[in-house]
Design a protein around this ligand. Structure first.
Ligand code: P5A
Ligand code: ZN
Length: 479
C-alpha cells in the first residue's frame, strides 16, 4: 500500500530525528557500511547492558538458566519444521563456503534459535523428571529483512536478542508458562517506564510455528505501533519433528509442549523516542548509565574551593551506590555541559558554585520536569533517592498518558480509517471472525494489531459487519 507524500515526509522527519539523536547522544551509530547494521557506542552500550541486567535478573529469579548455543544451523535442521522454514526462508543468510571449499551442507546464520536448540532438547529430555526445561540466551541473530530497515528498530543483525525457550509435560503447564512470561515482560517494561498493550496477534500474524502469539506493543511518538516483545505458545509443533519426548510416570513416551519468547533492542529504541523532549533524551534512573552529573561552576578565584566541595559530593554519591560523574572538563562552560548531559538524558544534575559551598547545599535539577531546587548537604542522599523514584514514576505516567491519547475508540470502518490516518491507533468492537477483517490490511495498508487478553465482550456491534461484537480489536500503522 502506498503511503501519501505527507505521511512519508512526516515519517522521514521522525526517522531523521531518531537516527540523529542516537548518534549525537552517543548511543548508536547507524553509518556502518552494511545495510541494517549499526554500532553500539560506549554510552549506548552501557545503557544496553543495564537494560539487559534487569531482564537477566527477572529471568534468573523465575527459574530460567542462561545458556549459549552456536550461531550456525545446518540446513536440514532449519528445514525440519515446515511452517517455520516457510516463513523464515526469505530472511535467512547462508554460509556456503568454508575458506576455499564449498560446503556440502549449507549453514544458516540463526534468524532465531528454535532449530538450534530443539535438537539438543531431544537429547537432554528423557523423563518427566527432566521437565520443565527453562533456558534463555542473549545472542546476535541475523534476518535479511525485506521491509525498510531502521536503526535498532528493524536491523539485519539483531544484537542482544534475548530469547527464552521452555519445554513442559502438559499443555496446561506450557500455557501457565505463557502467563509467567507475560508477567516477566510486564515487569521488565515497567522498569523501563515503557507503556504497552498486550495483544493476541491475529492468526495470520503468528510467529512461524506458533499455535498463538502474544505481543507487547508500544506506540511511538509518530503514532506507529512498535512491537517490543513476543511470547509464543508452540504446543507440539516443534516437539514432533524434533522428537522431543519424555517418559511419563506410567512409562509412556510423550511429546513435550513448548513455549518461546523474545525481546530485541527495540525497547531501547522505544524508551529513547518516547521519553525524549526537544532537549534530547530523558532516561529512567534505573537504567541511566549516569544517574547524576555534577557540574562545578567556578571562577579563577574560587576554583579550588568549589572543586573541593564537588569532589566531596561526588564521593558521597558514589559511596552510596549512585552512578555519578563529576564533569570537570576545563575547556567547557557550565552551560555547554548542561546542554551535553541533557541531550544524553542524565536524569539528575547537581550544580555546585560559590553559593552552594557557602550555604552548604547543592542545587538539583531534574531532567524530566526541568525543575531546580536546593538540597541541604546532609539530605543529599535521601533526597536524590526519593527524586529517582519520582522521576521514574513521572516518566512512566507521562508515557502511559501519551500512549492513551494515541488510542481512540472507533465504531465504524470510516472512523477506523480516519483515526489511523490521523496518526492514531483505532480500537474497535469486532465480531471475532477473521473473515470480517482479513481484507482490511490489503485495502488500507494498516495493520490489524490484535485483541487484548481477558477483556469482556463490548455490548456493541462489529465496526465492520455490524453483527454482535465479541472482542476488541486494535488497528493501526506499524513498524
Ligand atoms: C521468540 C524468541 C521469535 O523470534 N523465537 C525466539 C521467537 N519471535 S519474534 O517475534 O520473531 O522476535 C522476537 C522479538 O524480536 C524483535 N525483532 C526485531 N528487532 C529488531 N530488528 C529486527 N529485524 C527484529 N525482528 C524481530 C521483535 O520485537 C520481536 O518481538
Ligand atoms: Zn465483523
Amino acid at each position: 500500500m502506498k503511503e501519501t507524500a505527507k505521511e512519508t515526509s512526516k515519517e522521514k522527519k521522525f526517522m531523521d530525528w531518531f537516527t540523529e539523536i542516537l548518534q549525537t547522544a552517543e548511543i548508536y551509530d547507524y553509518r556502518y557500511p552494511v545495510k541494517g547494521c549499526g554500532v553500539w557506542l560506549p554510552y549506548g552500550f552501557k545503557l544496553r547492558e543495564l537494560t539487559l541486567k534487569i531482564l537477566r535478573e527477572l529471568l534468573n529469579e523465575t527459574g530460567h538458566s542462561e545458556t549459549l548455543f552456536p550461531l550456525l544451523i545446518p540446513e536440514n535442521m532449519l528445514q525440519k519444521e515446515s511452517e517455520h522454514i516457510a516463513k523464515f526462508e526469505e530472511e535467512v543468510y547462508w554460509v556456503t563456503r568454508g575458506g576455499l571449499n564449498d560446503l556440502k551442507v549449507k549453514y544458516a546464520l540463526r534468524p532465531t534459535s528454535e532449530t538450534a536448540i530443539y535438537p539438543m532438547f531431544s537429547l537432554w529430555i528423557r523423563s518427566h523428571r527432566d521437565l520443565p526445561v527453562k533456558i534463555y540466551q542473549v545472542v546476535n541473530v541475523f534476518r535479511y529483512e525485506t521491509k525498510t530497515t531502521r536503526p535498532i528498530i528493524r536491523v539485519r543483525e539483531v544484537m542482544s536478542f534475548k530469547e527464552a525457550h521452555t519445554a513442559h509435560a502438559t499443555k496446561e503447564e506450557a500455557e501457565k508458562q505463557v502467563e509467567e512470561a507475560v508477567q516477566i515482560y510486564s515487569k521488565f517494561f515497567d522498569k523501563l517506564a515503557l507503556p504497552y498493550l498486550i495483544l493476541k496477534r491475529p492468526e495470520w500474524d503468528k510467529f512461524a510455528g506458533a499455535e498463538y502469539s502474544i505481543a507487547f506493543d508500544t506506540i511511538m511518538p509518530n503514532g506507529k505501533r512498535l512491537q517490543i516483545g513476543t511470547i509464543h505458545y508452540l504446543g507440539q509443533t516443534f516437539s514432533k519433528p524434533f522428537e522431543i519426548k519424555y517418559e511419563d510416570v506410567n512409562g509412556q513416551q510423550k511429546y513435550v509442549y513448548q513455549t518461546c519468547y523474545g525481546i530485541s533492542g527495540r525497547p531501547i529504541a522505544a524508551l529513547i523516542a518516547i521519553h525524549a523532549d526537544e532537549r534530547g533524551l530523558t532516561l529512567p534512573p534505573n537504567i541511566a548509565p549516569i544517574q547524576a552529573v555534577i557540574i562545578p561552576i567556578y571562577t579563577k578565584e574560587n576554583r579550588e574551593k568549589v572543586m573541593g566541595y564537588c569532589k566531596e559530593v561526588f564521593s558521597l554519591l558514589k559511596d552510596n551506590g549512585f552512578r555519578v560523574k563529576l564533569d570537570n572538563a576545563e575547556d567547557e562552560t557550565p552551560g555547554s555541559k548542561y546542554y551535553k548531559w541533557e541531550l544524553r538524558g542524565v536524569p539528575i544534575r547537581v550544580e555546585i558554585g560559590e553559593r552552594e559551598v557557602e550555604k552548604s547545599e547543592v542545587t538539583v535539577f531534574r531532567r524530566d520536569k526541568l525543575e531546580r531546587r536546593s538540597v541541604k548537604r546532609g539530605e543529599i542522599i535521601g533526597e536524590l533517592k526519593k527524586l529517582e523514584k519520582e522521576i521514574h514514576l513521572n516518566l512512566k505516567e507521562r508515557a502511559w498518558g501519551k500512549m492513551r491519547e494515541k488510542i481512540r475508540l472507533t465504531r465504524t470502518l470510516r472512523e477506523v480509517i480516519k483515526t489511523v490516518e490521523e496518526g492514531k491507533i483505532a480500537m474497535a468492537p469486532w465480531c471475532g471472525k477473521n473473515s470480517c477483517i482479513k481484507e482490511i490490511e490489503n485495502e488500507t495498508g494498516f495493520n490489524v494489531l490484535g485483541t487484548p487478553l481477558n477483556v469482556e465482550p463490548p455490548a456493541e456491534n462489529c465496526f465492520n459487519c455490524q453483527k454482535e461484537a465479541e472482542k476488541i480489536i486494535y488497528i493501526g500503522k506499524s513498524y
